[in-house]
Design a binder for this molecule. Structure first.
Ligand code: FES
Length: 249
């Protein structure tokens, strides 16, 4: 079934990220995704950044389809199907939300009063949803040092007592996830990661999203740390939209 809600408002979050708010009364688990169709362009997988009756798609402008989607005006319709995939596991107690780039978008539904945030971006302008967290529950890392720790997300992790969190949830570009997995490999932590892969069908038919025989659209997009550690392709290769295997640089 394709839903076509009207946009209520379009908020600018950063120079490259907009959030589209709309009402749609369907159940969604944090971390699940929808396939968003942009007429005349293509269909792209996106996690929802709000999952109540009022929902939100947070759009990173990185190409034709996402640029058009991000420019949707209030009153205009968007088209989506889903939700699909496996969401994050909810736990009680202290949690850490780790978002790089626009990764905090799919983690926002996991936010609660026990959540600490670690947000990393190239520059302070690109820090997404940092206003969710009080200053005592937020760690920031920027590549250019304009806010927080100067360095990448692993440098941010180094100042945190990772083992004190009941669960660490991570979302961001795959190379960033790989650096995190390498860093925590000898630590006693619970972690779930949301993987991004090229997706065509979203429902387990086309195999464009496969990684080591698992389908990110159906077996994920959330995987626990032990599952990710066993993936030989993770952080090394992926399939392009045309189905060609490409290496991460
Ligand atoms: S997107 Fe088609 S199998 Fe996953």
């Amino acid at each position: 079934m394709i839903y076509s809600p009207r946009i209520l408002r379009n908020e600018i979050n950063t120079p490259t990220v907009n959030s589209l708010y709309f009402k749609l009364d369907i159940p969604v688990e944090p971390g699940q995704f929808v396939m968003v169709w942009v007429p005349g362009k293509s269909e792209i997988p996106m996690s929802l950044s709000m999952i109540g009756e009022e929902k939100c798609l947070t759009v990173k402008k990185y190409g034709d389809t996402s640029n058009v989607l991000a420019a949707t005006k209030p009153g205009e319709r968007i088209f989506l199907r889903g939700p699909y995939g496996k969401g994050f596991t909810r736990v009680d107690g202290k949690i850490l939300l780790v978002g790089g780039g626009s990764g905090m978008a799919s983690l926002r539904p996991m936010f609660n009063e026990n959540a600490h945030g670690l947000i990393a971006a190239r520059s302070q302008d690109e820090l997404l949803f940092k206003e969710l967290f009080g200053s005592d529950k937020l760690t920031v890392a920027t590549d250019d040092g304009t806010s927080g720790i100067k360095g990448n997300i692993v440098e941010g992790m180094k100042v945190l007592d990772l083992e004190s969190f009941r669960m660490i949830y991570v979302c961001g570009p795959e190379r960033m996830l790989k650096s995190i997995v390498d860093y925590v490999s000898d630590k006693k932590i619970n972690m779930e990661l949301s993987l991004e892969r090229s997706m065509k069908c979203g429902i387990g038919l086309c195999d464009s999203c496969s990684v080591d025989g698992l389908q990110v659209c159906r077996d994920g997009p959330t995987f626990n740390l032990e599952e990710v550690k066993k993936m030989e392709e993770f952080g090394r290769t992926r399939l392009s939209e045309s189905g060609k295997r490409v290496w991460f640089q």
